[in-house]
Design a protein around this ligand. Structure first.
Ligand code: PMV
Length: 333
């Protein structure tokens, strides 16, 4: 049995919409910071029949079907890589998640990156992290980025894109390590309600937003590169501008697709408005970003941490979590 541990990542340029929903081939590039917690452990071992269980959650039919489909796609991918890389015909998967449910932290990114890492460990054939990122992406697009510590990007390969539907035309890579820029993520959770529409369904309707094509073009022409440059140069102001622009743009696309997805609530808007004011009046290096839920992530440099924490703790009725840049997926033991 092999166990891998992984953590969520928070996108700075958001992944929204696919070229191919079945294979989770992203429509545009994205970037993120991998967190140092909370974590998920996923154990795998060879078995006669496919099974998946979770220590902390009763898995429904839909969840099991997602794992089973992911494993079938991983086998197809591995076989295409090399005839030596045939995965076991069946697998037993066991999940031990330490991510509190419904806090707006994408547990799927942690779960599927840990699953891919554990399968790679079981095969023990020296798969590269890029190959493991493809395996993770087949379960959840954003999971590809959690393979890496620090800052990562998930991008399309123009050179491989001649066949647009190939399984490895979207892969992740590391932009910089966690030591390069030890940012903090102070997380304010205004609502613990389970989200009604998950991102898999949301991605599939992304193209119906009248703003989606403009979004793809902005990411391709400047946002992705600006974000990567900001991370490499540790230019917080540049990161803040591009990350907030992209976050608001994704939520505009979400809320104008059919059916519309309105993940943000009045509390989210109040908090982001107040953060804009505090940033301006106190010259604080802090930025906000939100994924598929009302949870606000406040990224900041060390010099702003105490002030941002003080602000977060003053928010009545909100749960608060704190994380830093983490190390990415790893095999335990
Ligand atoms: O990987 P998924 O299918 O859970 O999609 C993630 C979507 C966002 O969290 C909204 C954005 C992102 O890049 O993580």
């Amino acid at each position: 049995m092999i166990t891998a541990r992984s953590t969520p990542n928070i996108a700075l340029i958001k992944y929204w919409g696919n070229r191919n929903d079945d294979l989770r081939l992203c429509a545009a590039g994205s970037t993120s910071m991998t967190l140092d917690g909370p974590y998920v452990d996923v154990s795998v071992e060879c078995a006669d029949t496919f099974s998946v269980s979770s220590h902390n959650k009763k898995l429904g039919e839909k969840d099991i079907a997602r794992f089973s489909k992911t494993y079938e796609l991983i086998k197809t991918y591995l076989t295409a890589q090399s005839s030596q890389l045939r995965a076991q015909s069946s697998l037993s998967i066991s999940i031990d998640s330490h991510i509190p449910p419904s806090i707006g932290l994408a547990s799927s990114a942690a779960v599927f990156s840990a699953l891919a890492k554990a399968i790679a460990g079981l095969l023990d054939t020296g798969l590269t992290d890029e190959q493991i990122s493809v395996m993770a992406r087949l379960g959840s697009g954003s999971a590809a980025r959690s393979i890496f510590g620090g800052f990562a990007a998930l991008t399309n390969h123009e050179s491989r894109i001649a066949n647009n539907e190939l399984i490895d035309t979207s892969t992740a890579y590391q932009i910089a390590t966690s030591e390069h820029w030890p940012l903090h993520d102070i997380i304010i959770v205004p609502s613990m309600d389970e989200k009604k529409v998950g991102s898999t369904e949301g991605h599939a309707a992304a193209w119906s937003s009248p703003h989606f094509r403009d979004r793809l073009s902005a990411i391709e022409h400047h946002r992705l590169q600006d974000c990567i440059d900001a991370i490499r140069e540790k230019d917080f102001e540049k990161l803040q501008q591009v990350a907030e622009e992209d976050c608001l743009d994704m939520h505009r696309c979400m809320s104008t697709q059919t059916p519309p997805l309105n993940y943000l609530n009045a509390e989210t808007h109040r908090i982001t408005g107040e953060i804009e004011e505090i940033r301006k009046s106190e010259h604080l290096p802090v930025l906000y970003t939100m994924d598929a839920g009302p949870t606000v992530h406040l990224f900041c440099e060390e010099s702003a941490r105490m002030r941002v924490l003080e602000y977060a703790k003053a928010q009545k009725g909100c749960a608060i979590f704190e994380a830093r840049a983490g190390k990415g997926s790893r095999i335990l033991g």
